[in-house]
Design a binder for this molecule. Structure first.
Ligand code: SAH
Length: 283
């Protein structure tokens, strides 16, 4: 029988071992699990432990499930701030994953259209990196908004005085993300218009509500799209996975004089930031 490989809600110890020690030999089967949003280097050990801890709590759905998820992310050092912990407890990931999927296990979940909702530790990592730029009243852009989970977290953090825009190029995913948000604690922000989700090519950003204090890109680009750099506010921060097979999560800071500084946070594996046709064709 073929060895279990890669992501999926049923990620195995063996798969994790391969990811940690032999990424070059990564392979996969099935188009929807072709790519994963999994942080390979920094958290891999503690996440392995946290994964099994979280799995034990799967029977506790709803509020106990998400509380346990957040507690584990805190315990293993992925969440370090109260605001990030609070928002991940407030916005129920269970409303954003397909019915029957494991909402609170630390793994990406396929959402159709060759996309996945990122693993909780990746959402937490990105929220931590962007937290200072998600203060009440600030503006944020979420490129590749998928299920809308992270977009909703951004909206709750910047509040009704802020402005959050999610962009995805798959219309069905945008419709689904709107429905997800409508069921969630972020619904009133959507209704009031401080949060909106749009169909579009995220490589062009969303100029209408820019410039943005925070830009998150949820899919891996081969290089940083210039419109996203242009729409980043001086003093703002972008988090973007860069690369094709081997990818780095890059943190891009634009200083007040407009100069750009970048550093690598960690190694990751995301779906590509690409054209709709290429994505639907299975890359
Ligand atoms: N962050 C989201 C989804 C991550 S999957 C979540 O956790 O739910 C990456 C998403 O990027 C997919 O939904 C895919 O459709 C989208 N995407 C890929 N290329 C894109 C592009 N050029 N413009 C807009 N969205 C894109």
């Amino acid at each position: 029988m073929r060895a279990p490989v890669l992501i999926c809600p049923t990620i195995t110890l063996r798969a994790y071992g391969r990811l940690c020690c032999a990424p070059r030999r990564l392979h996969c089967h099935g188009s929807s699990s072709q790519f994963l949003n999994l942080n390979l280097s920094r958290f891999s050990r503690r996440l392995l432990t946290s994964f099994f801890h979280m799995e034990q709590f799967q029977s506790g759905a709803g509020s106990s499930g998400k509380k346990t998820m957040v507690e584990n992310l805190k315990r293993y050092g992925v969440i370090s701030s109260k605001r990030v912990a609070q928002v991940m407890e407030d916005l129920d990931r269970g409303l954003f994953v397909p019915a029957g999927s494991s909402a609170y296990v630390d793994t990406p979940v396929p959402i159709g259209y060759n996309a996945t909702i990122s693993a909780p530790h990746m959402h937490a990592t990105c929220l931590q990196l962007l937290e200072d730029k998600l203060q009440p009243g600030m503006r944020a852009l979420d490129v590749g908004s998928g299920t809308g989970y992270l977009t909703g977290c951004f909206a709750l953090m910047v509040g009704a005085e802020g402005r959050v825009v999610g962009v995805d190029h798959i219309p069905e995913l945008v419709d689904m993300s709107i429905k997800n948000i409508e069921k969630s604690v972020a619904a009133s922000l959507l209704k009031k218009g401080s949060l909106s989700l749009h169909v579009g090519d995220g490589r062009k950003g969303w100029q209408e509500f820019g410039p943005y204090d925070a830009i998150h890109v949820g899919a891996a680009a081969s290089e940083i799209p210039q419109p996203l750099l242009d729409q980043l506010k001086p003093g703002g921060r972008m988090v973007i996975p860069l690369g094709t097979y081997f990818q780095d999560l890059k943190v891009i800071d634009k200083s007040e004089d407009g100069s750009i500084k970048a550093h690598t946070e960690t190694s990751v594996r995301y779906v590509p930031l690409t054209s709709r046709d290429e994505q639907l064709g299975g890359f």
